[in-house]
Design a protein around this ligand. Sequence first.
Ligand SMILES: [Cu+2]
Length: 139
Amino acid sequence: MPAANSRKTVRDVLIVLATLMLTTVTAVTRGQESPEEISLSLGDYHFIPDSIEVQAGRPVVLTLTNTDTLTPHNFTLQDAAAGLDIDTSVSAGSTSVIEFTPVKPGSYTFYCSKKLLFMKSHRERGMEGTLRVIPPAAD
Ligand SMILES: [Cu+2]
């Protein structure tokens, strides 16, 4: 039945168009979203807080403050599959601000990769934490 088939095709095309429009609207809405601002303090082999949660697609402004008086630290978060490649040093007593937009929901480990020769790395001393990326809010 050709007539029924073409009606079905028209319906399929409409569904695809509607989906595309919805995707576009969602992308535009997300683009306008204000960044999420998070502060982390780095010191004495810890991150405070050591667990942060962000939303996929929403930009994050991360303020990293090293509260130690001598020891440099860094914030390393690398996951190629999730498009995350962050490695920022923060010298003692200073602050660095980084921006990134997580795109893939999941749980990612960040850590400090500093290490002195013959010593345990900061990560081995417990300097790591978790970034949880939750799916975008359905609205
Ligand atoms: Cu460190």
